[in-house]
Design a protein around this ligand. Sequence first.
Ligand code: UGA
Length: 481
Amino acid sequence: MTFVGTGYLGATYAVCFAELGYEVLGFDVDVARIAALTAGTVPFHEPGLTELLRRNLAAGRLRFTTSYAETADFGDVHFVCVGTPQRPGGTGADLSYVESAVTGLAAHLTRPALIVGKSTVPVGTAEWVERLVAKHAPGLGVQVAWSPEFLQEGRAVQDVLRPSRIVVGVRSEWAGALVDAAHRGILELAAAEDREVPVVVTDFATAELVKVAANAFLATKISFINAMAEVCEVAGGDVTQLARAIGYDPRIGNRFLQAGVGFGGGCLPKDIRAFQARAQELGAGEALRFLHEVDLINQRRRGKVLQLAAELLGCPPGPGGPQFAGARVAVLGATFKPHSDDVRDAPALQIAAALARAGAGVRVYDPAGMANAALAQPGLRFAESLDDAVRDAELVCVLTEWPEFRTADPARLGRLAATPLVIDGRNCLDAAAWTAAGWRYRGLGSRPADRAPAGWTALDQDDPAGRPPLPRPATRPVAAR
Ligand code: UGA
């Protein structure tokens, strides 16, 4: 089998399928990337992948190439794993990489083969790919299938080898049998480990929609808890405890209910936008209007950190938002989540850049994402280490929940900082330990104990002690009438 596109998705798949015992060829147009992979270097951060890459290169089951001709000649099943970024100047998905991958490959095919789409695409793409194949490889018996992936960066190896489910959209028995053969290794591994992997065989449209629906649901879950965080902030609740309490209901579940600076990365933000754009094209825009709200809630979380930083540092408001001139801020985290070096649409990096634009002296530290962060935001200053970032800072913002930050000794960091003031943008620190070490701690989605909830001043005008009035029923109880 071949994997066309060796980014986070394709490289991980190529390596893991070689590990399962298949003969694998990875293709990419990026010469440097192919050279790195061939030399046993994973060009991005993904735990466990380097070891598997080297093992399978050495075993001779895995090779990489920049030649479409070699790829077409090698494979019976070709997985399309290229990116589908947000279209420049729009919200829909840019399918130009899918188009060039399919046409580049199809033009070199000489025998029957199956092209399996893995990229996240707007519904209708598989049919369009079929038409491309019919045009560029006519009469060869080349067929198309769609099998979305659900891997999460940082745990991608496990997600490929031990997936929660396999979903395939096929249109013929032959395609179904080939897809089945291509997933035998995963099913056999599951059987050997006494697990089951559910397989859903369906039509093209459903297979394509499963992926975007799953990501839309996850994004909605995160924005739901962040909306609760907004209410907690004004009402005096604590969103972390609230999430725990609702999560005990198995219908709700406690995963993906972590409130904080919101979701980022190369998938959820652009996928919910592309999904809305496609639904609009199909005449079902209203059905997904709530995803616009999901996006807005998510964006507001980033602004919340700036607002809170200004409040804590006593920075004056300006016409375009708070002014941080002269403030020294340590930003801990640049990647969109821990165990990844990916800074695409990362809340941490965007907040760091916004603080710097508003005049703050910002120093950013991230255990794995600094090279990518420096490319994306060359104007920012980066620290050599966690200590280097925190030294002399007047405010520390923890914006990605790396273990290095969660397990850092707050007493030691307190001695380095100019002012022991911390915003925990991921609610990932031990608040009690940081407070005990002398830090003024603020999480997102809670209200400090020393502040009354909004609305109290109006209610308690008559009470000299400042207590709110007891709630009274609007009408007398029936029994008392
Ligand atoms: C996401 C999906 O989880 C995968 O299932 C999917 O395959 C992938 O997109 C994709 O489309 O390829 P990923 O982008 O790696 O995976 O990241 P997630 O683990 O989903 O996290 C996304 C963002 O949500 C991160 O910024 C994370 O910090 C944030 N998040 C996650 C929260 O703010 N709160 C949570 O409770 C969970």
